[in-house]
Write a protein that binds this ligand. Sequence first.
Ligand SMILES: Cc1ncc(COP(=O)(O)O)c(C=O)c1O
Length: 415
Amino acid sequence: MRTDIESTPLVNMIQKLRCMPENQLADIIQMHIGVPDFGPPDQVVKAAMQAISTEDCYQYPPIQGSARLRGMICAKYSQDYGVSVIPSQVMIANGAKQCLFQIMMALLKPLDEVLIVGPAWSSFSRQVLLAGGVPVMITAGPETGFKISPQALDDAISDKTRLVIMCFPNNPTGAVLDQAEINAYADVIARYSQLYLISDEVYEYFRFDQNPTSFITCESIRQQLILVNGFSKSFGISGWRIGYAIAPTPVIDASVRVQSLVSGGVCEVMQIAACEALEVGTGHIESAIERYQERADIVREAFLAVEGVVIYPSQATYFMVLGIQPFLEGQGLDAPATADVVAEYLLEENKVAVIGTDGFGLPGCLRLSLCLDNTLIKEGCRRIIDGLASFTPASTESNSSATVVRRITQEKRAS
Ligand SMILES: Cc1ncc(COP(=O)(O)O)c(C=O)c1O
């Protein structure tokens, strides 16, 4: 049995919550997961309901995806970004996640290096490992808005690098790219013809400036670009499992061969629903963004006066990151403590689920999802603050700035 297959802390947390009895789960404020708090537009549900009783949907669907859906995805990119994509460059899979993995399986040879531009969603590195590659993360800190410079990207590319992965709007930091930044990164990638770039754009529309950008606009890297996107976030259908990739035809062909061995084509009912979603468009996200803005303000206000917490401004709407490093520094009982440990503690003791971002290449921070209503967000923040109050931040210690006293843990151990 392989022992090197790891799921992510987020998946572990989700599993843990799913295994809880209903009554215990009901007590927990779930700020850990980026599932939209809106469902699909009515027309999309109707289209799915109609499709399910259609005989055409009973059979195995085309492996690459229906011609209609792939055509409509091409039309979206022509309309949104003025670029030409043809259906042979599109693959439909069971979520963006499956697209990513299939592409890695198709592209990577053993020990090929994959540069992950971090902080980044923790599944990327696990998928790279599973596909036989070697993940190498380069991470930017808050001083640069969590974005590496194009020069740093250039410096990190070696002759072993086969693939670069970027995700903007970013999970977890909410960093976004403007067109000039996209062009600058693309200029670097274009210099290395052996390289592919995966751009994960699943949060495309979820930015406060409502001005989506995409690497698809960069003609110079079209032969190197693998764009991954999906319907989970934009249309509130993460449970329906449908996403897509746009890439040069040979990459799509190879990834579709992987898909033929893994799952076959995506359920036709969902493909019909996705067509309807593209027909309806993303107007519903505009009002959602106002709600997310309110929630971001609530979080900011809640933590403003909490000593030891840094609130990092987010330009995208799904997540916010809180720096809690002073709470971790020191030699308390469980030191060196990590944000993951604090997240576990908050779940157990304070009944609030958040994610430590250690696995995202961002140690010392918690990721909060804004996909809950205002009242729950307020209560969630209150619980986090209560939980953090169980630790003494290093800077408030009189004797040693490096000591963290994990009072409750100690008390618990003593009892
Ligand atoms: C960056 C990123 N990519 C992909 C996904 C998964 O998308 P899908 O539901 O389409 O598989 C997620 C889900 O959280 C994500 O955060």
